[in-house]
Design a protein around this ligand. Structure first.
Ligand SMILES: NC(=O)c1ccc[n+]([C@@H]2O[C@H](COP(=O)([O-])OP(=O)(O)OC[C@H]3O[C@@H](n4cnc5c(N)ncnc54)[C@H](OP(=O)(O)O)[C@@H]3O)[C@@H](O)[C@H]2O)c1
Length: 273
């Protein structure tokens, strides 16, 4: 299934902020006509207004119930926003929600039992088409609903299907929040470079290019990160000296990351209530 296959269904996008607009751009680039989309957004960007001149319905409902409704408002806006789509509950419309911390059962309560719902968790690199999205659906969504949702989210990067919704807390903690950990890694590496005498600009440039380049190297599925690491570590060399600190079993990066991800997952569980 490709994006153009979804054109006939009609799509309502509730919330067109950072993530909603990243998705919209991905769908348009993938061949979805602007005229197939209705965007409900209180603060439309100039780009959204330009798209409205090309046929996108802005703050206007489609004449028929849409095949797909994508929920992309903040969790705290849900209470006010979801009633705007309540008329589409109960069967014909597939709901895809990207809201962090809002469980499927909360959406079923809003839209009614038997409503096909897929919950998806993207991350910020979706804005440049390099996102990672995990998805899980209810029984009503079925295989067809999952395929539609995967097609929508694949427009902004990779997708992975979960076995249970309970895994969403760990996903949120790893790939949802993960980009921030990597940004911190760049900041920390640059600060350490400064502490060793580099000018701030140069330290940041080195750190940024190193993380980006290493990430690119690690991307190929046949390149195990542990192998890549071993390949650049000569016994008794400089990398080995640093890794001795970073790989300390008590206070190295692995136990620290374990605690950080556990804290994020616990927070995700608490937000879901
Ligand atoms: N950004 C990420 O990395 C990321 C990753 C995973 C999941 N998510 C999820 O994606 C969702 C959106 O996040 P975001 O970063 O895109 O937030 P955002 O930039 O704040 O976008 C949300 C948009 O929804 C609009 N909105 C608020 N109330 C509305 C209503 N009643 N009807 C229609 N639109 C309404 C907001 O307008 P106002 O500005 O007027 O409030 C805003 O433009 C969140 O639930 C978040 O958990 C985001």
């Amino acid at each position: 299934m490709d994006i153009p296959d979804l054109a006939g269904r009609g799509l309502v996008l509730l919330g067109c902020g950072k993530m909603g607009s990243a998705l919209l751009e991905g769908w348009l680039a993938g061949g979805l006509p602007a005229s197939a989309v209705s965007a409900l957004e209180p603060n439309p960007s100039p780009r959204l207004e330009a798209l409205a001149r090309e046929g996108l319905r802005l703050n206007d409902y489609p004449p028929e119930p849409p095949g797909i409704a994508v929920v992309a408002v903040k969790p705290q806006s849900m209470g006010a926003a979801l009633p705007r789509l309540a008329g589409y509950g109960g069967g014909g419309t597939l709901f895809v929600s990207i809201a962090a911390g809002t469980p499927i059962r909360a959406l079923e309560e809003a839209f009614g039992a038997g409503t096909p719902i897929v919950r998806a968790m993207p991350n910020t690199p979706a804005a440049i088409g390099r996102g990672m999205t995990a998805l899980v659906g209810n029984d009503a969504a079925g295989e067809e609903g999952m395929r539609v949702a995967e097609t929508l989210m694949a427009a902004v990067g990779e997708t992975a299907r979960l076995e249970t919704e309970a895994q969403m807390d760990a996903v949120t903690a790893v790939s949802g929040s993960g980009p921030a950990y990597v940004f911190l890694m760049i900041e920390a590496l640059a600060a350490a470079g400064e502490a060793e005498g580099l000018a701030p600009d140069l330290a940041l440039r080195l750190a940024r290019a190193t993380v980006a380049g290493a990430a690119r190297l690690a991307e190929a599925p046949d390149r195990e990160p542990s192998r890549l690491r071993a390949d650049v570590t000569s016994p008794g060399g400089t990398t080995a000296a640093a890794l001795e600190m970073l790989m300390d079993e008590g206070d190295g990066l692995t136990p620290l990351m374990r605690r950080a991800v556990a804290a994020a997952a616990a927070r995700s569980r608490a937000l879901a209530g």
